[in-house]
Ligand binder design. Structure first.
Ligand SMILES: Cc1cc2nc3c(=O)[nH]c(=O)nc-3n(C[C@H](O)[C@H](O)[C@H](O)COP(=O)(O)OP(=O)(O)OC[C@H]3O[C@@H](n4cnc5c(N)ncnc54)[C@H](O)[C@@H]3O)c2cc1C
Length: 388
C-alpha cells in the first residue's frame, strides 16, 4: 500500500498550492487526490479577480501575498504567470459603505497596500466609461489585477509535478479512517496511508470530507455567473481598470479582446448537490441588466460571447479556514476568494503543518471553531451570498 507524509484531497487552487509550498519546504512524499482533473473545480470556472482590497486584515494580507506568489511562480517556471495588473475600483453606493470604506483604506495602508479613497469628480476624470453620479466614491488600488484561471491551473500543476508531488487524477476519496498513527484513505484508485490528510476539496467536497471524520466544515456552494462580451466598446481603453459594485454584487474586468462581467444573486440558495454544471439564471441576468447598463452605458446592447455558471464556495463570514481540527487532519478553504487567496492559503497551511502555527494572521479570522462562537469578524468586501 502506498504511503505518504501528506495526502491532500482536492486538486484545485488551494490543494495544489499547499502541495507546492510543502514540497518547496522539503516535504518529500506528498499526494494530491483529485476526483476529476487538476483545476477542474471552481478554480477554472472562476473570474480570476485578484484583489488586495479585502475587508479584514486576513483578507488584505492573503490578497497581497497571493498576487506576489503568482508572479514569482511565473518567473520560476519561465512562462507567463497569468496575472495582469490593471487596477481596481470598488464603488460605494451608500453612506454606510462610504464610512466603512474609509476605515478599510486605513487598514489596507497599515498592511502595506497602496489604497486610496476617491470622490466622484476625480473618478470621472480617471475612469470616464463609468457613470460615477450613481456612486458616492470608490476605493482604488493600482496593482490589483486578474489571472486567467486556465493559466493558473497550468502553472501550479506543472510546478507540483516538477517538485515530485504524486498527483492522482480521477481519484475520488471515498472514506478516511484514523489509525493509531496517521490515516487510511480509500479512493477509487486504491487505498493509501498518510501521516497527515488535508481537506482542500472546495465548494463541492470540503463538507463531505470533514464529515468522514465527524468534523463539521461549514463550506457551502452557491451559484455565481459570468458573461463575456467579445468586443470591448470604444469608450473602454485596452486593459481598462476593473470595477466592483459591492452593493449589487457585480464586477467587470478585461477579457481577451473584450469584457467579462460577473454577478451573484443575493437571493441565491446553497446548492447541496456537488453539481458544477448549473443552469444559467437568465431571469436574474435580465433583472440586473438595467443596473450595469446604467453604470457602464457603453456595454448596453453589446452581444454576449460566452455565459457560464459555477458553484462558488462560501463560509458564513466570507473568510478562510486554515486549521487542524483533529490531530493530523487539516482544513483549508477560501470562503469564495480562492483565486485571490489560494497561493497564500497554501503557504499558510504548509506553515501550520510544518511549524505547527500560523504567523501574521489573526487566529479569530482563520480557525474553524469561530463559527460556533458568538462574535465574529466578517469580510465586508464580498459577493452578496446567502449566509446560511
Ligand atoms: C463563477 C465563479 C467565479 C469566481 N470568481 C472568483 C474571483 O474572481 N476571484 C476569486 O478569488 N475567487 C473566485 N471564485 C472562487 C474561486 O474559484 C474558489 O474560491 C477557488 O477556486 C476554490 O479553490 P479550491 O481549491 O478550494 O476548490 P476547487 O477549485 O473546487 O477544488 C477542489 C477540488 O476538490 C475536488 N474534490 C472534491 N471532493 C473530492 C473527493 N471526495 N475526492 C477527491 N477530490 C475531490 C474537486 O473535484 C475539485 O477539483 C469564483 C468561483 C466561481 C464558481
Amino acid at each position: 500500500m502506498a504511503s505518504f507524509d501528506v495526502l491532500i484531497v482536492g486538486g484545485g487552487n488551494l490543494g495544489l498550492w499547499t502541495a507546492y509550498h510543502l514540497a518547496k519546504r522539503g516535504t518529500r512524499r506528498i499526494a494530491v487526490c483529485e476526483r476529476y482533473w487538476a483545476g477542474f473545480g471552481a478554480t477554472t470556472r472562476s473570474a480570476g479577480i485578484v484583489r488586495q482590497q479585502g475587508g479584514s486584515e486576513t483578507a488584505v494580507k492573503l490578497g497581497k501575498w497571493s498576487r506576489e506568489l503568482y508572479r514569482q511562480l511565473g518567473q520560476e517556471l519561465g512562462i507567463g504567470s497569468g496575472f495582469t495588473e490593471v487596477g481596481y475600483y470598488v464603488a460605494a453606493s451608500s453612506e454606510e459603505e462610504r464610512a466603512a470604506f474609509h476605515d478599510l483604506v486605513e487598514l489596507r495602508q497599515r498592511c502595506g497596500i497602496a489604497n486610496e479613497w476617491l470622490d466622484p469628480p476625480e473618478l470621472k476624470r480617471r475612469v470616464p466609461f463609468v457613470d460615477w453620479d450613481r456612486f458616492l466614491g470608490a476605493t482604488y488600488t493600482p496593482d490589483d489585477g486578474f489571472v486567467y484561471p486556465a493559466i493558473v491551473a497550468r502553472n501550479i500543476t506543472h510546478a507540483v509535478l516538477k517538485a515530485g508531488v504524486s498527483l492522482f487524477e480521477e481519484c475520488e476519496v471515498q472514506a478516511i479512517e484514523p489509525l493509531s498513527s496517521g490515516y487510511r484513505v480509500q479512493t477509487t484508485r486504491g487505498t493509501f496511508e498518510a501521516e497527515r490528510v488535508v481537506d482542500a476539496a472546495g465548494p463541492r467536497g470540503a463538507r463531505r470530507i470533514g464529515a468522514m471524520l465527524g468534523i463539521e466544515v461549514p463550506v457551502s456552494a452557491a451559484r455565481h455567473q459570468i458573461v463575456t462580451f467579445p468586443e470591448r466598446p470604444a469608450a473602454m481603453p485596452a486593459n481598462f481598470p476593473m470595477v466592483f459594485v459591492l452593493s449589487q454584487g457585480y464586477y467587470l474586468r478585461p477579457d481577451e479582446q473584450g469584457v467579462l462581467l460577473g454577478m451573484s444573486n443575493p437571493e441565491e440558495q446553497a446548492d447541496p448537490t456537488e453539481r458544477f454544471l448549473l443552469e444559467f439564471d437568465w431571469a436574474y441576468f435580465e433583472r440586473l441588466k438595467p443596473e450595469w447598463e446604467a453604470t457602464i452605458p457603453s456595454l448596453a446592447g453589446q452581444p454576449i460571447g460566452r455565459a457560464w455558471t459555477g458553484s462558488i464556495d462560501y463560509t458564513p463570514d466570507h473568510l478562510p479556514i486554515i486549521d487542524e481540527p483533529r490531530f493530523g487532519f487539516y482544513v483549508v478553504a477560501a470562503g469564495g476568494h480562492g483565486m485571490m487567496w489560494g497561493p497564500a492559503l497554501g503557504m499558510k497551511l504548509a506553515e501550520l503543518i510544518l511549524d505547527e502555527r500560523v504567523t501574521e494572521l489573526p487566529d479569530e479570522e482563520i480557525r474553524l471553531s469561530r463559527f460556533s462562537e458568538p462574535r465574529r469578524v466578517r469580510d465586508a468586501i464580498a459577493l452578496p451570498f446567502p449566509t446560511r
